[in-house]
Design a protein around this ligand. Sequence first.
Ligand code: 13P
Length: 263
Amino acid sequence: MRKPIIAGNWKMNLLQDDAKALFNGIKEFADKYTAVQLPSIVIAPTFTSLSVVENVKCDCGCAGTKIAIAAQNCHWETSGAYTGEVSVEMLKDIGCEYIIIGHSERRQYFSETDEMINKKAKSILAKGLIPIICCGETLEQREAGITDSHIAGQIKKALEGISAEDIKKSVIAYEPIWAIGTGKTCDADEANRVIAMIRNVVREVSNSEAADAIRILYGGSVKPSTIEEQMSKSDIDGALVGGASLKADSFNEIIANTMKVAV
Ligand code: 13P
């Protein structure tokens, strides 16, 4: 049984005070439940708000520990002359447990390649953190009928040289690019089909144990009204939420609706 994950990707949004308020709003909701009742909750603030959120988490005692912190990117080297970059060790030092890599916005605007994503995944796992490896097709690729081959290629390259033990701990997020920030959610059956295909790719490049254990999320215009159907599908293990994670009400409702069907 794979424990569901509801992750909020705050992207380049929120100043420190807003980040603190949003985190507190999620924590207040999470406080009403035990960690066993909740899905794994992960939030990914900007680099500048990581310590703010982490400090709130530490002050609150036990409750805040139900919410794990993720970074939205990292560099694969430990240190050195890489102006503007942040290493996995630095993110671990600040309290991150997860790191999102290969988001389509980073691939598109910052020329992130599959090779870089593979190096980042290895570096994250070597430091004991969990990569959230994003993949997904453009509308053109979908219309050309190459969705599956494109995504299989992204996953094979991202996981190259990674042991089954490490793959088991990792997380993949399937985010069709045409569904991100557009309000157009991918049909739940189709998202489930692609995610099952990704699981088979993991089985092929690693083994069945890794394929059965790895958690694969759906992302792309996830809302409180879509999550129940998505979570009722066999292979969808959670969601990577953008816009709807920026308000405590909608993010908490996504968590609550997940708990109705899947925890
Ligand atoms: P939206 O939920 O805003 O579509 O964003 C999805 C996403 O990119 C999460 O990483």
